[in-house]
Design a protein around this ligand. Structure first.
Ligand code: GDP
Ligand code: IMO
Ligand code: MG
Length: 427
């Protein structure tokens, strides 16, 4: 029986998961998203075209690959419809390639209002949510009030919708928040018709059968480990488990059926939204990383905060996820820096720490840096790992030593082709 490989982000999201899932997809028969929703923005580039996916797995462009939206995902029918329209315009036969779990939860227009009302009420301590309704939808899931994809097939659907909407209206009143969902609601119900064109499945059952038939399955994560609801920099996190364990609950896969865990990280760090970011560079170097790396959110367009690589955070993420292979993204962005800094521990109120402290809000968290020599050559046209500068190899080995995990892939540009294999990823 085969196992499910997992691919996820080790930092604060936007590590380049979409690109790598697309690169690896030909090695798999099934690609399954296990959590998150339209807060995600996964970019793919090939043949001079660029796509951003929010809810749809990044294997959708590969013919013969089945893509699954798992039970752990939350779906906004409106965003979903837009994604489908874009893909169909590009000639992708989405209906035959995409299956949706009946147990995935639906984001209602009033979930988005609640998200906005909650953020507005927090003032300067807001999370910096993408305002896609993620938090309120997962709250209704764990509160056992949620509406699921499978409900769309039931006679009681409208009744259930009205009940949940009514509950939301009462909650929004507590915030004294002005809103009008008339238009959004109309669009939502229209968009449901797009959702209905797809096959709804009991995805856990589908995946168990696929495993028994020895099919190759890749689970695609969204967000990143430092945004995990339990292990991220709470409360500045998203509302789902973004870690390997999230693939178990978000797809119904037993822990002993997990195979490789591919951990994706940028050669530096970025974060969009509020919350602690120990290695953040609020200076010219940070701006240079933002400019060269084009660090603007794929979902919200917000400028991403930037900083040097954070080894304590990376190490923590490797342990929590059981990462077996590391994939380093955006190495090309570091070209041209004389010296590269890497945080190897934190100083917190005078104490040396190798992980983020519980209390991330008070006290001063200072990264302790080590310096490595930079390189100047442009990596974006390089076709083989042997062409990469020696300084990058030293940088990579430094990361391997600190994490104890091999770096299998080095990405040198956004295109599918700009992916260099350093060590056999399937060995
Ligand atoms: P995801 O959310 O993890 O899928 O990542 P995003 O798509 O949100 O953000 C990654 C961004 O970096 C996208 O714009 C990608 O096209 C781009 N990208 C991915 N890999 C590389 C790389 O190796 N080099 C450069 N320069 N850009 C990359
Ligand atoms: P991908 O899959 C980067 C951030 C938001 C905010 C926090 C909570 O593209 O890597 P939410 O809307 O979930 O309530 O926002 O999490 N965030 C992301 N940051 N990449 C993402 O997804 C993100 N999804 C959410 O900016 O700080
Ligand atoms: Mg993204």
């Amino acid at each position: 029986m085969s196992k499910v490989d997992v691919l996820l982000g080790l930092q604060w999201g936007d590590e380049g998961k979409g690109k790598i899932v697309d690169v690896l997809a030909p090695h798999y028969q099934i690609i399954a998203r296990f959590q998150g929703g339209p807060n995600a923005g996964h970019s793919l580039e090939f043949n001079g075209q660029k796509f951003v996916l929010h809810t749809i797995p990044s294997g959708i462009f590969r013919e013969g690959t089945v893509n699954i939206i798992g039970n752990g995902v939350v779906i906004d029918p409106v965003t979903f419809k837009k994604e489908i329209e874009n893909l169909e315009k590009a000639g992708v036969d989405v209906v035959s390639r995409l299956l949706i779990s009946r147990k995935a939860h639906l984001i209602l227009p009033t979930h988005k209002v609640l998200d906005a009302a909650s953020e507005a009420s927090k003032g300067t301590s807001k999370i910096g949510s993408t305002l896609k309704g993620i938090g309120p939808t997962y709250m209704d899931k764990t509160g056992r009030n949620g509406l699921r994809v499978g409900d769309v097939e039931l006679d009681t659907f409208t009744e259930k919708y009205d009940q949940l909407k009514h509950k939301h209206e009462q909650l929004i009143e507590l915030y004294h928040y002005e809103y009008d969902v008339t238009e959004a609601e109309q669009l939502w119900f229209e968009s449901l018709e797009t959702l209905r064109r797809f096959t709804f499945i009991d995805s856990e059952d589908y995946l168990h059968k696929a495993l028994a038939e020895d099919k190759k399955i890749l689970a695609e994560g969204a967000q990143g480990t430092m945004l995990d609801i339990d292990f991220g920099s709470y409360p500045f996190v998203t509302s789902s488990n973004t870690i390997t364990a999230g693939a178990c609950t978000g797809l119904g896969i037993a822990p002993n059926k997990i195979g490789e865990v591919f951990g994706i990280f940028k050669a530096y760090c970025t974060r969009v939204g509020s919350g602690p970011f120990p290695t953040e560079l609020e200076n010219e170097t940070g701006q240079a990383l933002r400019d060269i790396g084009r660090e603007y959110g794929a979902t919200t367009g917000r400028p991403r905060r930037t900083g040097w690589l954070d080894i304590p955070a990376l190490n923590y993420a490797c342990r929590i996820n059981g990462v077996t292979k590391l994939l380093m993204m955006k190495a090309d962005v570091l070209s041209g820096f004389e010296t590269l800094e890497v945080a190897t521990s934190y100083n917190y109120n005078g104490q040396n720490l190798d992980h983020l402290p519980y209390d991330v809000l008070s006290g001063r968290l200072l990264p302790v840096f080590e310096q490595l020599k930079g390189w100047h050559s442009d990596l974006t046209g390089m076709k083989d790992i042997s062409e990469l500068p020696a300084e990058l190899e030293t940088y990579t080995q430094f990361i391997e030593e600190k994490t104890g995990v091999p770096v299998s892939v080095i990405s040198v540009g956004p295109d599918r082709e700009q992916t260099l294999i350093r060590k056999n990823i399937f060995a």
